[in-house]
Design a protein. Sequence first.
Length: 670
Amino acid sequence: MLKTESIMDICRTQKIGDNERDMDHWIVERDTSRSEGFYSSVIKNGPVHFVCGQNGSIESWISPRRRVGLWNFDTQHISGLDIKVNGKSEKQTFLKYVRGFAYIYRQYEDFERLDFIASKKAILEMELRSEKLVNFEINIQILHETAWPQSNFGKDYRVKVNERYIRISSSIASTTINYKSNGNTKIAIDNQKITISSDSASFLDIYVSCDDSLPEENDLENSIKYNEKTNTISNLVTPSFRINKLFRWAKHDLLELFTPTPIGNGFYAGIPQFSWFFGRDGEWMSMAAIECGLGDLAQNHLDMLYSFSKGGRIPHEIPLSNGGHIKGDNYKIGDSPVSTQFMSIDSSPLWIICMYMLSGWTGKKSDEKTISDVMNFCKSCDRDQDGLIENRFSEGLIGWPESWAQTRDGICVDVNAWWLEAIRVFDQMNGEGNKRFESALKIYKDLFYRFTEKGITIIDSANDGKTRDIKGAMQIVPAMYFNGSLFSEGLKWLYQPDLVTEWGVRSVSNRDRFYDGGYHTGTIWPLMTGWMVLALYNNSMYTEGFDMIETFTRLAFSSLDPGRINETYNPEFLYAEGQFFQGWSSSLFIQSIMEGLLGFERVPTDDDPSEMMNPHLPESWDEVKLLNFPFRNKVFNITVRKGNRKEASDISKYMQKNEWQINLSKENAI
């Protein structure tokens, strides 16, 4: 049985330098990191997540979409938390924070604390330990509130106290607090503020249940076992410790964000303000999940998206409340309201690409009826029958840059790159050849690519014969899927300091008239950095591609919550902004490794994974391994190394691609 004390023994000796040595933990020290612990942290298991400061306290937020505190599915249970020992708050005495798989350890001047969420239960377990007898006091603020857009508050709170637990019930939820200690324990209640004090104690354990379930001795062990699931598949071994570690934790990010709910199962987009389901966010996460062996999670998300589709139109956003439906207009672009439920045109072609990726990587047969349904919706967006689809702001058919979507009516470079790729894989998988794709691609290239005295430039969008020459990350997208001199020359125009920084890719060039450093108008997005990686590798710009891969590790290892990659970064001063935990920031790193560095085909068509690889490793690397790699119901060990030496083995397959030798072994049924 795994005990709290054994985890504390491991974490107690961790130092900040271990971030560069220990694969299993991320560490912040107050003195060394110059952190007082107010930056955000999260632990999550299934539908339950707990967001607080690294020092363990909860600070109030002012945002209708914030999901800080303890939440189960769409309902908040804890909105405030502070722990005092011998009269001093944890905010004053915080020393160290260690994040492991499934738990967070904190060290203070006079005590230690371990937090985790039980697997398959809605319980936050907080276990406090001290080497001497101290006076513990824990203050918990209970608040029952449902998530955006419903935002209902509990009424008529009722409190029940006995020797074993405290239960606080309201019109919308019930929260139960169990506790145990070896000290003299007292309870005080003021409205929904619960104070539990225990004098002359060496431990105090608090169990906050959102569904009246009870803690058990094996909760910690079961939680760790579930969270370490990703360590048993697709283990990357390269000469770079940073890349290996980040790849391991990026897989865990997908597992952590995957959430079973009453309205369907899928990936939350991010924490703390996007903790519900999105279309394109979850589709990018699904791509990475498919490629690293978590295809079952991706299947859930894609099926859930389709269940909320309308006439084949894949939704942009699915809230947890209101049965997953948004009523009325909930978002404004300028003065114009747009219903967020279906305000994305690109969710639909991306869904088609995901479905064929799922089939290619898992070997499962695609549901052609549902795919045809979504294809037909996409085709309905081609009003002039030229093979390309058009944005229509008035109908909520908008692309990614939402804040300037009103100016992008018509044909857009990014949306149609995804549409062309959807056409290509749809026709290929249905034996219809490339005629339709080639015809549309020619129109696309003639429309978006311009030859000037300085070389090739790419336009952003066009409408009624008028073109928009905004330079930004949207122009990266076609080179992710198509290659050749036209696309590689276009990439050279994009791969310049006005768009590319040491921390990644700006959404808009800082020389463009649209640039102001804003959310959609200049901010650095790791999402778009990943697009650039895939485009560079797809167009044989391998050195530049690897340089961009290293921006992900730079961000993760310098993060205020080490190991996390933020949603966005300031494009001038390179500090973190947006969500501190964003799913597609992690997933694009996984894709960059799988499709870029290792060169896997996006939609495999062969049972042999080595046939689907075209690796391109840095010159200084001699070997890379991908161990316990699930592919089409089998598990493989893959070794990529330099040189022409062929190793003989009864269980090993060898092949040579360019200067790289690929060995494939351990072919077992899953």
